[in-house]
Design a protein around this ligand. Structure first.
Ligand SMILES: [Zn+2]
Length: 427
């Protein structure tokens, strides 16, 4: 089961690795090795008449130090230990250390124990971030601003990084699923080596809600190296030979994983032919409503780059303007993910003059009549005043195309008159 999923994941990893490519080329591959438990926290343990006390904290430290020694011989790796002696660093310390170090990979080593007295459970298993904890990971990623790394394409698509905006949340979600895919790959490689090289029994790669996985902003795995209450396992993990074999299996998996990283850095996917622009512009229609919203209104669900056109007393709110199909599709997805389920893409012919009618700018609308001394009325002596259903509307200018109206709107903004709306007048 582990192997069958592996190849599916490799393709996804490629996408992930390309995005981290430039970063990887410059710095060493940083690993945080975490020997589970320690100090007063013994972890899983059992006493056997022949082999004596088997304590998780000692087994995990033994394996991690052996693994670290192997990695340190290779100049490409930078190894950071959460502990090198018999002490207890808190779980928060361990994950903070990993996040601060901007590690490429986090590996936590543990020893299992089954609740049943029969001790039938045996073998290894590796845990990755659970499917339902994306929210926590997301919160961690949001808090760890420095850790956030959006690739060039993401940056283009999501414009500006603002942790509370829906666009950035979507980018973060993509990043989280990339970590999960990468974790599944390294986990699969580790379990694969346990089976093939060490002839151990593997219980596979599983998803679980564990602190060290949940609070890390990088690919992370937790390896359960054997069951303390299974005699064969306990014997194996407590010997130097068994610990060395486990360390080697994890080491080989790390080397294979890094090879995938390097291969993708050196041989990026062949460049796709540049996307050609379309003839028309596309804007995503979010909603049509008689209500007028300002840029920051919650009704717009945090989306920026809103373009509003008023037509027959109804305000139409559009998101994004592009003449590229790929950006249009991304914009539509962003709008739907933000909560505009019925959003649709609308095509606009650029610089199209209206056959009849014109565009104008709604400078002001409100239940209060503007004072004759107001800046607006002083700036626009020939402003057109209207009153409908108790609301005063002040409009200004006549423009043949949307583009002309947008230009006028921008000029007004420069003069400090914002929040104007382009209105389409059909007569
Ligand atoms: Zn443990």
């Amino acid at each position: 089961m582990v192997r069958s999923t592996l190849y599916n994941k490799i393709f996804l990893l490629c996408l992930f690795l390309i995005s981290f490519g430039s970063l990887q080329a410059q710095k060493k591959f940083t690993l945080v090795l975490d020997a589970g438990h320690g100090g007063s926290d013994i972890g899983a343990n059992r006493n056997y008449p022949d082999i004596g006390a088997v304590q998780e904290k000692n087994v995990t430290l033994g394996i991690v130090l052996k693994l670290g020694r192997m990695l340190e011989k290779n100049k490409e790796y930078k190894v950071i230990y959460t502990r090198k002696v018999d002490e207890y660093p808190s779980l928060t310390f361990r994950t903070d250390l990993a996040n601060r170090s901007k590690a490429d990979l986090f590996i936590s080593v543990h020893v299992n124990s089954s609740p049943s007295k029969s001790a039938t459970a045996q073998g290894t298993e590796t845990f990755v971030q659970g499917p339902n904890q994306n929210k926590t990971n997301l919160d961690v990623a949001k808090a760890e601003n420095d850790v956030i790394f959006l690739d060039e394409k993401d940056k283009e698509n999501f414009a500006s990084y603002n942790p509370s905006s829906p666009e950035s949340l979507i980018a973060l979600k993509i990043q989280q699923s990339k970590y999960l895919e990468a974790s599944l790959i390294i986990g699969g490689l580790v379990e694969d080596n346990f089976v093939k090289k060490d002839k151990r029994m593997s219980r596979g790669v599983k998803q679980e809600n564990l602190h060290v996985l949940r609070m890390n902003a990088m690919p992370s795995i937790l390896v359960e190296t054997g069951f303390v209450n299974n005699y064969d396992d306990a014997h194996y993990i407590s010997t130097e030979e068994g610990q060395q074999a486990i360390a080697e299996s994890i080491y080989t998996a790390i080397v294979s994983y890094k090879k995938l990283v390097d291969r993708n850095v050196k041989e990026p996917e062949p460049e796709k032919p540049a996307e050609l622009p379309l003839k028309n512009d596309f804007r995503i229609l979010l909603m049509s409503t008689p209500n007028k919203y300002s840029d920051e209104d919650p009704a717009l669900k945090g989306l920026k780059y809103i373009f509003t056109i008023k037509e027959n007393g109804v305000y139409k709110y559009y998101y994004g303007t592009t003449n590229y199909a790929s950006v249009r599709d991304t914009n539509l997805k962003t709008a739907k993910d933000a909560g505009f389920r019925n959003a649709i893409s609308i095509s606009f012919v650029p610089n199209q003059a209206l056959a009849s009618g014109y565009y104008t700018l709604e400078i002001y609308s409100g239940r209060d009549k503007l004072d004759s001394k107001s800046t607006i009325l002083k700036s626009f002596p020939d402003i057109i005043r209207n009153k409908e259903n108790g609301v005063f509307y002040y409009t200004y200018g006549r423009y043949k195309s949307i583009e002309e109206a947008i230009k006028a709107q921008k000029e007004l903004e420069k003069k400090g008159i914002g929040d104007t709306v382009i209105e389409k007048k059909l007569k």
